[in-house]
Design a protein around this ligand. Structure first.
Ligand SMILES: [Zn+2]
Length: 468
């Protein structure tokens, strides 16, 4: 066994702690599994990519750093014999309103905004996460697939996604795949549920939480879920008597009143979430392209006509997957899409005639490029922009520039805003990434505010670093 490498002294201390607690708590043995932990990682990463293309992942720094701190604290509390050093844990918020959370094999975990919104305490969020984490640590996804046949690792992801998206939408995505294994991955048997509940209580106790909050959050989910019933509970069926056996296990774990139940951080995150535009439903988010702009309905939601704050002189840095790093004015919010991300100040974005629109800010993304040179690839990008912006001017020439160490092109176009009817300036910056992908940034501002925005756009471009 060469899994967790620790200093000898620490191992000894852990052994003592275990010896004290093992006697009383329920022993949990991971089920039989014909897959390797590396298979869990691969499956989970493949599914995570699909999930992140389909669902509006929050890129909100406050939310994600909070979820990461909490998640990491729970990961550290997984009992040593169930730690898998190769697992790649991640914790991300999803900007949808349903009360749900899910984890993929090998580590990626997603927590819906609705879940964070409706949890009563940090302990309740920790409870849901500890339960999900237990399925991951016990490798229940692949254990369940071990029982299912036929099974092919390459085709499972679609089924996983179907199960995640859930409800009516999910069921026909799942039908589109060859194997009806959506349920195998995320809808667990009652036996596995009981294991995840019990291991979840151990993880919570080891992390300093009161495990009874896991029992409480299941009640919260039941009570707060809207029509159609709670998705979470159909994926994680109650093995019977759940509330009571969790509390009995908690009693064995000798939990006292000093346990963390709530924190200021959690309250701050909830307050922050309330300040954002309402989250869409999962179905709405999928229809409008991964819910790129957080609006409350499918109808128009115009950017405001009022004054938009000038770009802040302080900048905030964002990491965009494995693609690039960029810094933007701190008062701009990140609105993520499937192939591009938009940064815009409050009031400057919304929906119009079913299209996402913004009046101030920057869209940054990547586009496939069929081996063209930079100028041709940029021409094509501008042509495709012109399809949804019929009054966009054409570039007279490209100015050479440098973006992230690569040769880049820059031009300024004019357009008539569909939102205000006024003239707007569009700064186009492009570069070819090392693998030939076209990288672009579009800076948008009304003509009369251009002097405020041009320096910000230049500073953003200078901050770009390619990370692949
Ligand atoms: Zn479960």
């Amino acid at each position: 066994m060469s899994r967790v490498r620790m200093k000898p002294a620490l191992v000894a201390i852990n052994a003592v702690l275990l010896a004290v607690t093992v006697a009383a708590q329920t022993q949990i043995t991971p089920p039989k599994n014909k897959y390797s932990p590396a298979d869990d990682v691969k499956l989970g990463q493949d599914a995570a990519r699909q999930v992140e293309e389909q669902l509006p992942i929050m890129r909100d720094e406050q939310v994600n750093s909070y979820l990461n701190r909490l998640g990491q604290r729970l990961v550290d509390a997984i009992p040593p014999d169930l730690q898998h050093p190769e697992f790649r844990y991640s914790f991300k918020g999803v900007n949808v309103k349903e009360i749900n959370a899910f984890a993929l094999p090998g580590g990626p975990m997603y927590i819906n905004r609705g879940m964070m919104d409706k949890a009563h305490t940090e302990g309740e969020i920790a409870g849901v996460m500890a339960h999900e984490l237990s399925h991951v640590a016990l490798r229940h996804g692949t254990a369940q697939a071990t029982k299912a046949t036929p099974y092919e690792i390459g085709t499972i992801a679609g089924a996983v996604l179907g199960a995640i998206v859930g409800g009516r939408t999910g069921s026909y995505i799942a039908q589109g795949t060859q194997f009806g294994l959506g349920t195998a991955f995320l809808r667990f048997s009652r036996e596995y549920e009981r294991q995840a509940d019990l291991l979840g209580t151990h993880i919570m106790a080891r992390a300093g939480y009161d495990p009874r909050d896991m029992a409480n959050v299941f009640r919260t989910i039941e009570q707060e879920s809207g029509p159609g019933g709670p998705q979470w509970l159909s994926d994680h069926p109650n093995p019977g008597d759940r509330y009571n056996y969790i509390n009995r296990e908690a009693a064995v774990l000798q939990v006292d009143a000093s346990r963390v139940r709530d924190t200021r951080d959690f309250r701050d995150v909830q307050a922050h979430l309330r300040s954002l535009p309402p989250a869409p439903s999962t179905e709405q988010a999928r229809k409008t392209g991964a819910g790129r702009y957080p609006t409350s309905s499918g109808g128009d939601n115009r950017p405001s006509a009022g004054r938009i704050d000038r770009p802040d002189s302080r900048f905030t840095t964002y990491n965009e997957g494995d693609l690039f790093r960029v810094s933007v004015p701190s008062n701009w919010r990140e609105l993520s899409g499937s192939s591009a991300v938009t940064f815009a100040p409050a009031g400057a974005y919304g929906n119009l005639n079913g299209q996402s629109v913004f009046t101030h800010g920057a869209e940054i993304g990547v586009a496939r490029n069929e081996t063209h040179d930079l100028a041709t690839a940029t021409d094509e990008l501008i042509q495709s922009l012109a399809q949804s912006n019929p009054r966009l001017s054409r570039p007279s020439r490209y100015e050479r520039t440098s973006i992230g160490g690569q040769q880049g092109a820059h031009t300024v176009l004019s357009n008539v805003s569909d939102v205000t009817g006024g003239e707007e300036r569009i700064e186009v910056y492009t570069a070819l990434m090392r693998d030939g992908t076209l990288f672009y940034m579009l800076g948008v501002a009304p003509r009369e505010e251009y002097n405020d925005y041009d320096p910000a756009f230049r500073k953003i471009v200078r901050s770009i670093q390619f990370t692949r």
